[in-house]
Design a protein around this ligand. Structure first.
Ligand SMILES: Cc1cc2nc3c(=O)[nH]c(=O)nc-3n(C[C@H](O)[C@H](O)[C@H](O)COP(=O)(O)O)c2cc1C
Length: 265
């Protein structure tokens, strides 16, 4: 496919993108994957700390599923902080690696986020769809085994890609209106009334789309009787239940990073 300007309007691609969770069984040509990744790595970078491992291998997909990672697609990618390559570059230049890893992680996170965002947009522009999988850092051991990772190559986020199933086309999801997220000259604390409107704008949008009903996704309450029916259950309730759950896993992400060789005092 050629990159003719009239074919892709970046604003159309951005505004039409939505996460896709159901894909048809259609092979993704290698040159399409290469185009998407090449566009991904055109993102701005601070340290070029990103690496990607991708697979279309059915056995690897099965292996991932057995381990609790559900690619459910033809093409699965994982985006990594690659401190291994960085370390080698430093050594090749005859320096000793001595850095505050917390800073490098922070910078790296931004590098990886920009690459993965470019990848999602490039994929959409070529008629594919995608959904990110945020649990990747907590599955580092499994991902390391499947993808043969050396030390200090750490998963940030997974991405399922494929051709969208037209029978399961999701709608474009709402966002907070700009007046609650973008402020000119100084930060603005929202009044109670504004916060209510801000929350309503998301909740009404999700309820109109029947989003959580279609997804059959409701986070159970840790305690007490759940009095919110599915037709009233919406984004603010969902995110609040997530954020009030305490730890996601036995180990915190900091514990996991330290175990993986990062110097975080
Ligand atoms: C860092 C990150 C992690 C995500 N992890 C998941 C995930 O594990 N499973 C999932 O279904 N969607 C995941 N998503 C997709 C979001 O749910 C989705 O982007 C959000 O609901 C907005 O919808 P939209 O992408 O359709 O606009 C993730 C998105 C981001 C940015």
């Amino acid at each position: 496919m050629t990159h003719e300007k009239q074919q892709y309007n970046i604003f159309n691609v951005i505004h039409d993108r939505r996460s896709i969770r159901k894909f048809i069984d259609k092979e993704i040509p290698k040159d399409v994957i290469d185009q998407i990744l090449t566009a991904g790595f055109r993102a701005p970078f601070a340290y070029q700390i990103t690496s990607v491992v991708y697979t279309t291998d059915k056995d690897k997909m099965k292996q991932l599923k057995r381990m609790g990672i559900y690619p459910s697609t033809q093409l699965f990618m994982v985006f990594f902080f690659d401190f291994n390559r960085m370390n080698k570059i430093v050594q090749a230049r005859k320096y000793e690696y001595d850095f505050d890893d917390s800073l490098l992680l922070w910078i790296g996170l931004q590098d990886v986020a920009l690459v993965s965002e470019n990848v999602t947009l490039a994929a959409d522009a070529l008629g594919l769809g995608s959904v990110l999988l945020g649990g990747a850092p907590l599955m580092v051991e499994q991902i390391a085994e499947v993808f043969n990772l050396p030390a200090k190559v750490f998963p940030v986020v997974g991405l399922c890609l494929g051709y969208p199933d037209p029978d399961h086309r999701m709608e474009v999801r709402p966002r907070f209106p700009l007046k609650y997220t973008a402020f000119e000259d100084k930060y603005k604390e929202l009044t109670d009334e504004e916060l209510k409107e801000c929350m309503q704008s998301m909740d009404e949008g999700y309820i109109t789309q029947g989003y959580y009903i279609k997804q059959n996704a409701k986070i159970p309450l840790a305690k007490g009787k759940d009095t919110i029916d599915m037709d009233k259950y919406s984004w603010c309730e969902h995110i609040s239940r997530k954020i009030s759950q305490g730890k996601w896993s036995e180990k915190t992400l900091l514990d996991i990073l330290r175990q993986n060789g990062f110097n975080l005092k």
